[in-house]
Design a protein around this ligand. Structure first.
Ligand SMILES: C[S@@+](CC[C@H](N)C(=O)[O-])C[C@H]1O[C@@H](n2cnc3c(N)ncnc32)[C@H](O)[C@@H]1O
Length: 186
């Protein structure tokens, strides 16, 4: 059974609702405010950015506002329910620079070297997201010198550094920032 089918079972829906409540909780807004965290990712107006695993859209709307009308955001999630929810929020907020899509981070179907930055917030580590495949795909879609921002910090830092296709550049407000290297993935 795939994740989407699992989420459509009764227990799955309960878990999804619980997770959404946690992700949108007041405590989370208070202690990990999205604007505060995004401020550590080095994104700025005019950039073209992909958000992996947009979930409830906790980071999506603030990121879209930060990028401004000259920038653009693709918010991706593999769960269609998340995509519908976030797309409705984006429409309601009249944000025209954001496209919310169903997609898999391991095979995004986005153009090669088309993005300035990727945000991976609250998504890794995850058992169903093999780091080697994820990093190869992020390397493919980022422009040369593009950046990948990962939050929260975790042990994945080691595997990212070891990959050789991303170089650690900084940690800011708990966000680990990496730059795409010119090395070809193995
Ligand atoms: C814990 S939630 C975090 C959501 C949001 N980033 C946040 O921090 O509020 C993780 C999200 O990543 C999505 N996700 C997991 N694996 C994915 C993949 N391979 N491709 C796209 N989205 C994925 C899940 O469906 C889920 O919505």
């Amino acid at each position: 059974m795939n994740t989407e089918a699992l989420a459509n079972t009764r227990i799955g829906q309960l878990v999804v609702r619980l997770l959404a409540a946690v992700m949108e909780s007041r405590l989370r807004y208070r202690f990990f405010g999205p604007e505060e965290v995004l401020g550590g990712a080095g994104i700025h107006p005019g950039m073209t950015v992909l958000e992996i695993g947009c979930g409830t859209g906790f980071f999506t709307l603030p990121a879209a506002r930060l990028l401004g009308e000259q920038g653009s955001l693709v918010a991706m999630d593999r769960m269609s329910l998340s995509v519908e929810t976030v797309a409705a929020k984006v429409r309601q907020a009249r944000l025209t620079n954001t496209c919310v899509v169903v997609g898999d981070a391991l095979d995004t179907q986005l153009e090669t070297e088309s993005l300035d930055a990727v945000l991976i917030f609250g998504v890794i580590p995850a058992p169903m997201l093999p780091m080697d495949r994820l990093l190869r795909e992020m390397h493919r879609i980022l422009k040369p010198g593009g950046t990948m921002a990962v939050w929260p910090p975790s042990w994945v830092h080691r595997s990212i550094r070891r990959s050789g296709i991303f170089a650690y550049s900084s940690t800011c407000r708990g966000v680990m920032n990496y730059r795409r290297t010119a090395c070809d993935p193995a």
